[in-house]
Design a protein around this ligand. Structure first.
Ligand SMILES: Nc1ncnc2c1ncn2[C@@H]1O[C@H](COP(=O)(O)OP(=O)(O)O)[C@@H](O)[C@H]1O
Ligand SMILES: [Mg+2]
Length: 225
């Protein structure tokens, strides 16, 4: 029997409506991604990459179309149901890091475990373990504003990983980094796929995209390749 893809999108549309104005950001996306794949989504600004990632990551739902995640239809779920699946399966890395300034990096990284009900001591233990793996063991007490861009992005990656999600989604994770830090981050993603995780990276940088096993080109809300 053939393995079912982890992510199956079929004819996905997304329309944003602001007042009387509607904008069709996705126009019929059909896409399969297998478990353990490392995929780059490449396309110009405004082409719908973030919209697509938000749907894949269960942060939003499509206006129409079907999305089977691990065989389960998730396109029509309500906010709470969606949040539950997201917490179980997805780790997100954002371009602007989205770290909380008032928390030290251990508590920043531990945050997803709070939503899972893990006890404080265990949350901090797991957060330190993953921060150490990412070379940040000398910064536990530091707050985000005391770190460089590359370090902040590694903290954001640690937070995405701490709850051991199957799927790691990164939306322009190297957009705010210098070339060296960007390469380090991409190398980390390569390492995750060798550990069996599914990694999807959005970028508008062809050099970054080329390092993935597969490139999906998005243009004007459609798949272009
Ligand atoms: N919340 C929103 N409300 C209205 N329009 C939006 C919203 N989010 C994105 N858009 C529009 O949808 C299009 C695709 O946006 P986005 O998915 O962010 O593209 P990308 O990530 O490729 O730059 C853009 O034209 C953008 O202005
Ligand atoms: Mg975007």
């Amino acid at each position: 029997m053939q393995q079912k893809p982890l992510i199956q999108l079929k004819d996905i549309y997304k329309t944003y409506t602001t007042g009387a104005v509607s904008y069709e950001a996705l126009k019929g996306i059909t896409l399969h991604i297998d478990s353990g794949e490392y995929v780059a989504i490449l396309g110009p600004s405004g082409s719908g990459k973030s919209t697509l990632m938000q749907i894949i990551g269960c942060l939003s739902t499509p206006s129409s179309g079907s999305y089977l995640l691990d065989g389960k239809e998730v396109s029509q779920l309500n906010r709470n149901e969606l949040a539950k699946i997201r917490n179980q399966k997805v780790g997100f890395v954002f371009q602007n890091f989205n770290l909380l300034a008032q928390l030290d990096i251990v508590d920043n990284v531990a945050l997803p475990l709070l939503y899972r009900g893990t006890a404080l001591a265990e949350r901090r233990r797991l957060a330190k373990e993953i921060l150490k793996k990412l070379g940040l063991e000398n910064h536990y007490k530091h707050h985000p504003n005391e770190l460089s861009g590359g370090q902040k992005q590694r903290v954001a990656i640690a937070r995405a990983l701490v709850a051991s999600p199957e799927i790691i989604l990164a939306d322009e994770p190297t957009g705010n980094l210098d070339t060296q830090s960007g390469n380090d981050v991409i190398q980390l993603f390569e390492q995750f796929t060798s550990e069996g995780k599914t990694v999807i990276v959005v970028t508008h940088d062809l050099e970054i995209a080329k390092r993935a096993k597969r490139i999906i080109h998005i243009q004007d809300g459609k798949i272009a390749n």
